[in-house]
Design a protein around this ligand. Structure first.
Ligand code: FAD
Length: 301
């Protein structure tokens, strides 16, 4: 574990923050240090100091896609909480990375700006949604992002156009070459429309989501990416895994690509189920499913 007592003198930084409080699944051990901030210059200088001191930095959004391991996360965990939303012009909104995607969708509907209706189906922050190219019901971030601004691991600010983000299915360069960059804001493309029409489309996405996915229970969204020409949910169901349990975690009976926390599950329970689903589908269907959820932290520390 890194030694950096100076971090405790930085405004807002706390030690041993329980991360299950920041996980929509409700699991995760403590962050060695944790800070929630909306002050970009302060974040840039904190990133620079951590970079120079060799303290690992892990970003956390709304904890809707990240499985935080039971032993927690060494180093500094950062939640960038800038939730601004500014209309730049009739076709562009500028959004802080801490803004929740459903909030972006609803605010745009209210202002008569279409194009971001899919956001109602993504219960996470904009920053993480850029990182993972989140999408729902046929639209993804790559379809609407004009550009985004990020801080490099040493705190340097840079802006990337859509074509520089390396977007692919649930992927961006922030997952590999730009690992360690922090997305701080993005400019998204919208189009003018009647508020009622945008709201109706937003409600239709929400209704479809409620009809097909577990709703009102703790989950991490889709556990695996869909393989070409098929869906992970269909394959896991075909492999007879619906309802399978490990400890307090269960493969959803409503949608087999979701794992739900039914009874004080641990991260280890989730990992056991993920492995079981992966191996069973490989054995019975010959398909090597790739994980969509992100794993943060370490199994032992
Ligand atoms: C019920 C449910 C339904 C879902 N449905 C969908 C869906 O339809 N489509 C879909 O795509 N996803 C879906 N998800 C998954 C999830 O909502 C998205 O992946 C979302 O973009 C994650 O946002 P978050 O803020 O919760 O990220 P977190 O889980 O907190 O973090 C995810 C990753 O992003 C990184 N990260 C966080 N913030 C930043 C930042 N500012 N800069 C750089 N990296 C950052 C983290 O380090 C981590 O690796 C669903 C999840 C749930 C629980």
């Amino acid at each position: 574990m890194p030694v950096a007592e100076w971090l405790e003198d930085v405004a807002g930084v706390v030690r041993d923050e329980p991360l299950h409080r920041h996980s929509q699944f409700g699991v995760g051990g403590p962050a060695q240090w944790f800070v929630r901030t909306r002050d970009e210059p302060a974040l840039a200088s904190l990133l620079q100091r951590c970079h120079e001191a060799g303290v690992p930095v892990t970003m956390l959004g709304a904890g809707s896609n990240a499985l935080i391991l039971d032993a927690g996360v060494a180093g500094l965990v950062v939640r960038h909480d800038d939730r601004h939303m500014r209309v730049v012009d009739r076709e562009t909104v500028d959004v802080g990375s801490g803004c929740m995607m459903p909030r972006v969708a609803l605010d745009c509907a209210r202002r008569g700006m279409g194009g971001l209706e899919f956001g109602i189906g993504v219960p996470g922050t904009l920053g993480a949604s850029v990182y993972g190219n989140a999408g729902a019901f046929g639209t993804e971030l790559a379809d609407v992002l004009r550009d985004c601004t990020a801080l490099g691991p040493a705190g340097t600010r840079h802006t990337l156009g859509n074509d520089e983000c390396g977007f692919a299915y649930r992927h961006s360069r922030f997952k590999d070459e730009l690992r360690g960059d922090v997305v701080v804001s993005a400019r998204l493309r919208v189009h003018q429309d009647a508020p009622l029409a945008v709201r109706e489309r937003t409600d239709a996405v929400q209704a479809q989501r409620k009809a097909t996915q577990p709703y009102g229970v703790r989950s991490l969204g889709s556990v695996f990416k869909n393989p070409p020409g098929d869906t992970a949910g269909r394959l896991i169901e075909a492999a007879g895994m619906k309802g399978r349990r490990a400890g307090g975690a269960e493969i959803s009976r409503k949608h087999a690509n979701f794992i739900v926390n039914v009874e004080r599950a641990s991260a280890a329970d989730v990992l056991a189920l993920v492995q079981m689903a992966h191996d069973t589908v490989l054995e019975r269907c010959g398909i090597d499913l790739e994980r969509e959820i992100v794993i943060l932290g370490e199994p032992g520390r």
